[in-house]
Design a protein around this ligand. Structure first.
Ligand SMILES: C[S@@+](CC[C@H](N)C(=O)[O-])C[C@H]1O[C@@H](n2cnc3c(N)ncnc32)[C@H](O)[C@@H]1O
Length: 295
């Protein structure tokens, strides 16, 4: 469907609070705040969170992402930007591609349908299992690997392209290490493109409505957002980097920045996705896609 934007789901998505209630209840989440969290703690929290939230995530976003379509879809972000229209990865036919934080792998399957040899990697078994279910009814399959993005289990120079649509990068403690790992597994001339929350979103409450229009938090405070259970064990973690931090991490890893895409909210889209909404999208960006190259 490269020329057609993904259509909003026919039934309205559940209230975000209600949606997260199921995962929060099963994980015993009982508070939120800011705390330093290392790689191991972040990985444990992310694995548990995405395992617990996988079913609801797909009930809410699966149709928009094309998870159960015949060959998957490659939707980069809640603004609906589709790889088939924008070609951020170039011609993928015959290329070896790694998708980092693939979830149920609709992007990986779409790339396979375009002739790429794709591997999907994710830390959550439940997200990957949802992908296996989708592959049973669709016509494309891709190999899936359960691992963390900070230690990619692949040999040096294994891939021509690496990509990530909100997978892993916002959730890892050491995103500089992810950049180095991706550089390592790419071949010279390889492409790396990844979508993350636009760093400007950090200063606002995660609210799609008017409350989410007032700056309340310092852009420069990199202390991670952490939700915890009764024993203060993190159940959900999100890490912030400024635009400058991201560029510095990419360049320090030996990669070049080709572009930073800030998708505009399209007229056709009236769908909310968590804190993403037409109201906010018309005023400031929600997503940044970093397009990089290995020299
Ligand atoms: C917002 S979902 C995006 C999934 C998929 N790309 C999509 O568009 O639906 C984030 C994904 O990142 C994965 N993830 C979180 N931390 C990770 C880590 N450290 N290593 C690998 N994957 C991770 C989660 O399990 C989850 O599947």
């Amino acid at each position: 469907m490269s020329d057609t934007p993904p259509q909003p789901s026919s039934s309205p998505p559940p209230d975000p609070e209600e949606r997260h209630a199921a995962a929060n209840s099963s994980l015993g989440t009982n508070g939120a705040g800011r705390a330093r969290v290392d790689t191991e703690t972040s990985e444990r929290a992310s694995r548990a969170w995405w395992d617990a939230d996988a079913a609801d995530y797909h009930r809410t976003h699966g149709e928009f992402l094309g998870v159960d379509s015949d060959q998957g879809e490659f939707v980069w972000c809640p603004e609906g930007l589709h790889e088939g229209d924008h070609h951020l990865l170039g011609d993928v036919a015959g290329k070896d591609v790694l998708e980092v934080g693939c979830g149920s792998a609709p992007c990986a399957r779409w790339l396979a349908g375009q002739g790429a040899r794709v591997v999907g990697l994710d830390i959550s078994m439940q997200m990957l299992s949802r992908g296996l279910d989708a592959m049973q009814s669709g016509s494309t399959t891709v190999p899936l690997v359960q691992a963390g993005a900070e230690s990619l289990p692949f040999a040096d120079a294994s891939f021509d392209i690496a990509c990530s649509a909100f997978g892993a990068v916002p959730f890892v403690a050491d995103s500089a290490r992810v950049m180095r790992e991706v550089e390592r597994v790419l071949r010279p001339g390889g492409i790396w493109a990844f979508a993350v929350n636009h760093p400007i979103r950090w200063i606002f409450l995660d609210d799609p409505g008017p409350r989410g229009l007032t700056a309340t938090l310092p852009y420069f405070d990199r202390t991670p957002y952490v939700e915890v259970d009764d024993d203060n064990v993190p159940t959900y973690v999100e890490h912030h980097r400024t635009i400058g931090d991201r560029v510095r991490e990419i360049v320090a890893a030996g990669l070049e920045v080709r572009d930073i895409i800030e998708p505009e909210w399209p007229d056709w889209l009236d769908r909310e996705w968590g804190q993403w909404s037409p109201l906010r999208g018309q005023l400031f960006p929600g997503t940044a896609i970093f397009s990089c190259r290995k020299p």
